[in-house]
Design a protein around this ligand. Structure first.
Ligand code: ZN
Length: 180
């Protein structure tokens, strides 16, 4: 498993496989993309948009959502905008997203099956974590993308000259549909 990847890496480096990927940290296209961690998109998303190493910043999580207004997605966008010259942000949800069906009570049951005691869950709830909103799914990919676009457009620390646009990508054909 991980060991396979590590030994592949030894060979890759030895054979200078990295040479054709050399670039710098600044995104040439000045775009940041927020998308889902779905494995169908790993190669398909960049290939279908014509993105190469060095072109864009890609921020991924389960569902392409912003679960907290000052969490890691916004933090990454702040770095991308203020430090790395990004001027356009693309939110790309996708069809058949696994995160859509997330349900906090089902996940809490799975945690308990895996040995997490109820007292610990209660304690975390007591500390202010709202499992219902933190581990929530969404109705449709379009609605979720729309909400994320609005969160970024209305964020108090993101400048108003940043363009934010939303899309849903087909997980099989890669066809992009704009979300208005
Ligand atoms: Zn997904």
């Amino acid at each position: 498993m991980i060991d396979e990847l590590v030994s592949y890496n030894r060979e890759f480096v030895k054979n200078k496989g990295y040479e054709k990927y050399i670039t710098n940290k600044y995104p040439d296209k000045k775009i940041a993309i927020v998308s889902c961690m779905d494995t169908r998109l790993t190669e398909l998303l960049p290939a279908s948009l014509g993105i190469k190493n060095g072109d864009v910043k890609i921020i991924k999580n389960a569902g392409a959502i912003i679960s907290h207004p000052f969490g890691s997605v916004i933090r990454s966008l702040m770095v991308a905008i203020y430090e790395l010259g990004v001027v356009e942000v693309m939110i790309i949800g996708h069809t058949d997203c696994g995160a859509k069906h997330m349900n906090s009570s089902e996940m809490i049951e799975k945690m308990k099956e895996r040995g997490i005691p109820q007292e610990r869950i209660d304690m975390i709830r007591y500390c202010g974590i709202n499992f219902e909103s933190w581990l929530r799914g969404f109705e449709t990919s379009e609605a979720s993308v729309h909400e994320t676009v609005e969160q970024i457009r209305n964020h108090p620390l993101i400048p108003s000259d940043i363009t934010v646009r939303g899309f849903v990508i087909d997980s099989v054909t890669s066809e992009l549909t704009p979300v208005e």
